[in-house]
Design a binder for this molecule. Structure first.
Ligand SMILES: [Zn+2]
Length: 476
């Protein structure tokens, strides 16, 4: 009950205090400055949802993990608006009967059988070797608060973080999905002459429906006849099902990634079984995302290298810049508007994670993007930026690469390098534990035989040490 009435108190955003908008171009000015921060903040969670209070409401001594997940849903609703996540979903908080709970992986009521825990769990992560196995993983940036602020990601950039369609001018739009954390990805739209090209289609059915409705609400109801999937992660193509009549374009490696997609929403119940961080993360996804009615719709046209597309009288240029974040990353560049849709080659206001690498190619990608001199960049996750916003990402990647190479030659394991790396400059970024994967990537480049791509081990570590967004509730 209290969950309905309590409101999140937004923490002070340095953006709100700005008297003058940092962007001179009036087309980039948001309709209103963001009332809430673009990303989650650990301190905010602690202020708003205290486990003790929650335990009282639930009449239990300690909130179980499922109740903590429900709390997270509450927090997301307040942060990004009720239309993202729909009605509250936890019967313990007075929302029983609002909607079927099975859809989100929560029990329908107190009398329903608990989730099937007798099924065979997925294999757990490989044990760590050496000293890292004996002490918890904490990177240097995550164990202390620094007085000095990290690099201002939004300096000279566009602080647009409200959810929904943002008009970038010249027929270009961004669909922003705060808080930009795991699974909350952005999309892009180019409209001209009654036609529309959509870049990435959102993670779940509800998000994709909201995006579809917003496009349909544009003047002239443009026909979405072309869709570009920037890469093979589900948060960028799961919504293809709502645009299945369009020509769906991706690079050839991206199509292969999508066909072999390891994070299949229809199997999420299986992934969510187990006593490890990976399974816990999947239970969070069950709670937050809605895959009711989902089916895979794959790209039906591939390209290699470069591809020029027409939208009305406008041109959109696709370039294959992978392997970097994934094996076949695509950027979509709209030259006449100076707008770039980068996919997950760029994260803003959070820690980037690179899966395919090598990291040196990720640095080259940053340089390629900077060379275009974009007026505005729609990143895969996080708020809009301009070219200046690319530099902190590049600096971070270069820092990780330099330290990882040094650690490799010093005989450290990737886990030891992760513990030792100084991330104080990036202490403001959520999901710093993604650094572990980025370090592994460098090790893999140096010694591919020894440091293979063990996704499950990596994910268990990255999720297990993640103190932004979803983990914040568990730690509170
Ligand atoms: Zn993504």
């Amino acid at each position: 009950m209290a969950g309905r009435t309590r409101r999140v108190r937004p923490h002070r955003s340095r953006l709100r205090d700005r008297a003058v908008h940092p962007t001179a171009d009036p087309r980039l000015r948001p309709h209103r400055l963001p009332r809430r921060p673009a990303r989650l903040d650990r301190g905010e969670v602690l202020r708003v949802h205290r486990p003790r209070r929650h335990a009282g409401e639930c009449r239990t001594a300690e909130p179980c993990s499922r109740h903590r997940l429900a709390l997270l849903v509450h927090r997301h609703r307040h942060l990004v608006g009720p239309d993202v996540l729909g009605e509250p979903r936890c019967h313990r908080h007075g929302h029983a009967g609002d909607r079927p709970h099975r859809r989100v992986g929560l029990p329908a009521g107190p009398d329903e059988a608990p989730p099937r825990l007798d099924r065979r769990p997925l294999p757990g992560p490989a044990p760590l070797a050496g000293p890292a196995a004996r002490r918890p993983l904490r990177h240097a940036g995550g164990t202390r608060r620094v007085r000095r602020r990290g690099p201002d990601l939004l300096r000279g950039s566009t602080p647009v973080s409200d959810r929904g369609l943002q008009d970038l001018g010249d027929g270009c739009h961004a669909w922003l999905e705060p808080p930009g954390c795991w699974g909350f990805a952005n999309s892009g739209l180019v409209v001209d002459g009654g036609q529309a090209l959509l870049v990435d289609t959102q993670n779940d059915m509800r998000m994709a429906q909201d995006l579809r409705a917003a496009i349909d609400g544009l003047v002239g109801r443009p026909v979405v006849d072309q869709v570009v999937n920037t890469h093979g992660d589900g948060d960028h193509w799961n919504g293809n099902v709502l645009f299945s009549d369009a020509t769906i374009i991706a690079s050839e490696p991206t199509l292969a990634d999508i066909r072999g997609h390891w994070l299949d929403p229809s199997k999420i119940d299986d992934y969510a079984i187990g006593d490890n961080a990976f399974a816990e993360f999947m239970r969070w996804r069950q709670c937050v995302f809605d895959y009711t009615g989902w089916r895979p719709v794959h790209p039906n046209q591939t390209y290699a290298g470069e591809l020029a597309l027409s939208v009305g009288h406008r041109e959109v240029e696709l370039s294959e810049l992978g392997p970097a974040h994934t094996s076949g990353d695509t950027i979509a560049w709209v030259p006449h508007a100076g707008v770039l849709f980068s996919g997950d080659l760029l994260f803003t206001a959070s820690t980037p994670i690179m899966w395919a690498g090598p990291l040196s190619n990720c640095l080259d990608v940053c340089d390629r993007i900077l060379a275009l001199e974009p007026r505005v960049i729609v990143p895969g996750h996080g708020p809009l930026i301009d070219a200046a916003g690319v530099r902190p990402v590049r600096e971070y990647l270069a820092h990780v690469q330099g330290f990882a190479v040094e650690s490799y030659h010093a005989g450290r394991s990737p886990a030891e390098a992760y513990q030792a790396i100084d991330l104080a400059r990036y202490a403001d970024w959520p999901h710093l534990s993604r650094t572990y994967q980025n370090i592994r990537l460098v090790y893999r480049e140096l010694d591919p035989e020894r440091f293979t791509a063990d996704v499950r081990e990596t994910l268990d570590l990255v999720y297990g040490d993640d103190h932004g967004s979803w983990r914040a509730i568990g730690d509170a």
